[in-house]
Write a protein that binds this ligand. Sequence first.
Ligand SMILES: [Zn+2]
Length: 470
Amino acid sequence: MHLQFQGATRTVTGSMHVLTVGGQTILLDCGTYHGRREEARQRNSIFPFDPASISAVILSHAHIDHSGNLPTLVRQGFHGPIYCTHATKSLCEVMLRDSAHIQERDAEFVTKRHRRKGLPPVSPVYTIKDVESTLPLFQGIDYSNTFQVTDGIACRYEDAGHILGSASVALTLRENSHAVRLAFTGDLGRPHLPILRDPVFIGNDGETHYLICESTYGGRFHRPVADMEDQLLEPILRAVDRRGKIIIPAFSVGRTQEILYVLYKLNRAGKIGDLPVFVDSPLSVNVTEVFLKHPECYDAETKALLETAEQDDRLGFRKLTYVRDVEESKGLNDRSGPFIVIAASGMCEAGRVVHHLANSVSDPRTMILIVGYQAENTLGKKLVLREPVVNIFGEPHEVRAEVVVLNSFSAHADGNEIVAYLRQYDPKSMRDVFLVHGDLDQAEKLRDRLRELSFRSIAVPARGKKAGLG
Ligand SMILES: [Zn+2]
């Protein structure tokens, strides 16, 4: 029995761990790696094993850095089952199709540039056709239900409280007469996030011998989730006062629905009047529909709130408009404030939000609310740093809008929350803890804190690192 770490090692993308038990090999996650263009292309198109030799995939959740490389796996010969929760299955249908579209468009764009330079065309890593051959392999599984993956691997999903359908995984591994228990947190959410249930501890009936744990914010601390409403309300009211546009860049899955939910509560409480809200992203529309189809993932508060809502009012309060059409999206440019527009991408690198920023970033009445992680060198990061001038579509724009960063909106547990979660394990039965899905400094800070909990061995594995189990 052994485990090999092939992705999300000392970084936050490309989640993929290879587990071999009794001669059969499965994957935990099969995500897209993001990084410099050429390196990412290589990593996402060449697997360090033969995809046809993989018996099954256990998927933790739908985010593309966990699920996005499944169509390539299938294209290259994998034909086994892909296990996940029902909501993850529904989300992946929408997200993988969207991912294929983006890749087809990107490849077209690069090919055009290559043609001018006399270079050969590039093809997308995968296409919509590959996605259509992948989707039938998905098998939705109930939470808290133990099922057999291979002869030697039994699996149970519990709610990770991170995004809709997200799961942590408890595995019992048997080889000959030997059994060990392995837990995989997947991406770990936080208690009290809107809509979602709180993370469920992924213990294995008392004893866990090995743990793979995420560490995205292992060395950082978030504002409490309870602050979300006030954090959002205060700058909104300020912008309404000066009749400004309120632009919220947000990824289409998770964050957009959380913000809508908080706005919905503010609206029902009469705190934002009849302020119009536009969700300007065709993908967000589809994803919100998926959210409404999976009430089995809601927490008690959301269930109660939506039960008392009118049928056509669920997460879609009267002043909420979904914008699918590009022309309609452009129309928002001429509309005078105040209103809220939520648009992707979350880091302002692509998508419709870039057009809204180009149009309104130089207007001092505009409010830009940053609610997600902004990576280095992105437009979102430049706004956070309050650079006086930013380039958008190659043109300089003076930043006169007000930029407010709201840090209670993270969907990942912070350092304290991960430590509190891991305190529930018995350090005496735990043989190894592996920290993945975090930049090296975050994983190392978390490792240093976990030493207080007297775990015997805490590793931050490099890519390709193998660990024997049992
Ligand atoms: Zn995630």
